[in-house]
Design a protein around this ligand. Structure first.
Ligand code: FAD
Ligand code: SIN
Length: 543
């Protein structure tokens, strides 16, 4: 069965939903999302959205902070465009109904936004809704989507692969020999196991990040890098995948799966200490606890290696207790539920994979190098983050690019005629049978996540990367054989994607023989501007 639409949006985080709302003014939008509309990295965002509102702040300062964090690899034009659009995008959210904290919280006459502070920012500029900014934004956007007559959404639908002009389905084999246009996607309905064909004039990848590639992550289960893997298979350029951001402070507790302790806690005075209570960030950076994330994560890694301890600690017990409870209600309650009162004792924390700075390469409008295919949000590599994203620049980037892409898509739409696009072939499952080896999926999934953590983590070396490459080669081969023999399931789709993304991260990391931003290789501890002041770009050559 083929579903036709003007705009096919894959993913329902802030990037996908904001694009959908904007584009619905120009044509019919279909959203497919692999779980509920709400389930996304966005929904767990804590700290907030960086934008220039402070009296002492300026666009120049925000641009310079972003460039400094990116360690030489940001695209200045992109940083300028994103930063300058920030305040307007925040006002747009306010108009849609998002309630951000105001300066004098509770004073209905105050219209000034309360601005938090995070690592790498020279000014207070984090617009936030307590410590659950993402949830507040998602609640408003999801409500708007549900009421919009020009948007149809399909929950529990997971995209398998993009359809490019010459994609042909024969006995379960995809042969793609020209990839210059995208005309939709094959999507598995997880409730009926049916594979549906979505045919679209414009397709938008907004599938989020890749945290689940690693054993320890702040990300929810949806973050399996599907968009990056699909785009790469279809022949799009992907870039800078070696720059995986490890957030320094994820809660260390056996019962806490993926819980982040926001950088805003350090912004309000929290200090990192070792198990004896001694602060240690002074030894690593003049910015101390508010240094950029790459510096703080490596400092913690080094402290843990020196002491052999399981975690370090984040201490905010010296800050007014009632303020802490009011400012961080979600973090306070979560810690308390695990027996940790953060106003009385330090919180055990460790670094964990948090954000993918690289992704599908795009231009200033979110266009990829495949026509009619856009990539937005964490899936994209726009040039804003360079070698290390500045805190709270991610939601900002997603909002700005959703806006840019919708403007561009409006123009592109009028030039696309369905009758001139070849009808995509329906998915063909001839020859595949239900799986009898589910253990292969769980075994390979666990193995990838473990060796990516150990060999391609905070600190890398050539030898570790080579080991990782050997392992991923074997696993990729196994998955390929399995993929064509058995029916497609969502577990198999995700495993195939985390394997592809792992391979791409390893290859990018192997190519960068220097240390820059988030990529640290002990064999090349210095930056080498002469050879590596450039993006790492990979593109699959299709026959
Ligand atoms: P997501 O919000 O992750 O949405 C991706 C969507 O795609 C989901 O709906 C998912 O189900 C869907 N999807 C994925 N694959 C498929 C598929 N194959 N088929 C169909 N659907 C699919 N950034 C900030 O700027 N400020 C913060 O304060 C902040 N805090 C954070 C806290 C946490 C705990 C985490 C994990 C991240 C945080 N980030 C923060 C990063 C930021 O939240 C994300 O980078 C951003 O939300 C990404 O938005 P997105 O729309 O690109 O992707
Ligand atoms: C946080 O609240 O620490 C996360 C902010 C971000 O990822 O930008």
């Amino acid at each position: 069965m083929t579903y036709k639409t003007d705009f096919l949006v894959i993913g329902s985080g802030v990037a996908g939903l904001m694009f959908a709302l904007n584009a619905s003014r120009f044509g019919h939008v279909t959203i497919v999302t692999k779980k509920s509309l709400m389930e996304s990295n966005t929904a767990y965002a804590q700290g907030g959205i960086a934008a220039v509102f402070g009296q002492l702040d300026s666009f120049d300062l925000h641009i310079e902070d972003s460039l400094a964090s990116g360690d030489g690899l940001c695209n200045r034009e992109v940083a300028e465009m994103v930063v300058k659009n920030g305040p307007e995008r925040i006002q747009e959210l306010v108009k849609l109904g998002v309630n951000f904290n105001l300066k004098k919280d509770g004073d209905i006459n105050s219209e000034e936004l309360d601005l938090g502070r995070e690592g790498g920012h020279s000014q207070n500029r984090i617009v936030h809704a307590f410590d659950t900014t993402g949830k507040e934004v998602m609640n408003v956007l999801v409500n708007r989507i549900k009421k919009n007559n020009n948007i149809t959404y399909y929950e529990n639908h997971i995209a398998i692969d993009l359809i490019t002009f010459s994609t042909r389905m024969k006995s379960g084999l995809v042969t793609t020999n020209r990839q210059d246009h995208c005309c939709g996607a094959y999507v598995l309905d997880r409730t009926t196991d049916q594979i549906k064909t979505f045919s679209s004039k414009i397709t938008v990848l907004a599938t989020g990040g890749t945290g689940k590639v690693y054993q320890y992550t702040s990300n929810p289960d949806i973050a399996t890098g599907d968009g990056i893997a699909m785009a790469y298979r279809a022949g799009a350029s992907v870039a800078n995948l070696e720059f995986v951001q490890f957030h320094p402070t994820c809660l260390y507790h056996p019962e806490a799966k993926n819980f982040l302790i926001s950088e805003a806690v350090r912004g309000e005075g929290g200090i990192l200490v070792d198990s004896s209570g001694k602060p240690f960030m002074k030894e690593y950076s003049p910015q101390e606890d508010l240094a950029c994330r790459d510096v703080v994560s490596r400092a913690i890694d080094s402290e843990l290696k020196k002491s052999g301890a399981d975690s370090v600690f984040l201490d905010i017990t010296h800050v007014d207790h009632s303020f802490v409870k009011k400012r961080f209600p979600n973090i306070y309650q979560k810690c308390l539920s695990l027996g940790i009162d953060m106003t009385k004792e330090p919180i055990p924390v460790v670094p964990a994979a948090h954000y993918m700075c690289g992704g599908v390469a795009t231009d200033l409008f979110g266009r990829t190098d495949i026509k009619r295919l856009f990539a937005l949000g964490e899936t994209a590599c726009t040039g804003l983050h360079g070698a290390n994203r500045l805190a709270s620049n991610s939601l900002l980037e997603a909002l700005v690019y959703a806006h840019q892409a919708a403007k561009q898509a409006k123009k592109d739409l009028s030039g696309i005629n369905f009758s001139l696009t070849p009808e995509p072939f329906e998915w063909d499952e001839v020859g595949s049978t239900p799986s009898d080896e589910v253990c292969m999926l769980t075994h390979n999934w666990d193995e990838i996540r473990r060796f990516m953590w150990e060999y391609v983590g905070v600190v890398r070396s050539d030898r570790r990367l080579e080991r990782a490459q050997r392992r991923i080669d074997i696993i990729q081969k196994e998955i390929q054989e399995y993929y064509w023999d058995f029916n497609v399931t969502s577990d198999l789709i995700e495993l195939r994607n985390i394997a592809t993304v792992s391979e791409l991260i390893i290859r990018c990391a192997g190519l960068r023989k220097e240390s820059r931003g988030l990529h640290y290789n002990i064999e090349y501890p210095e930056k080498n501007d002469k050879l590596f002041l450039k993006d790492t770009v990979l593109k699959r050559h299709l026959m």
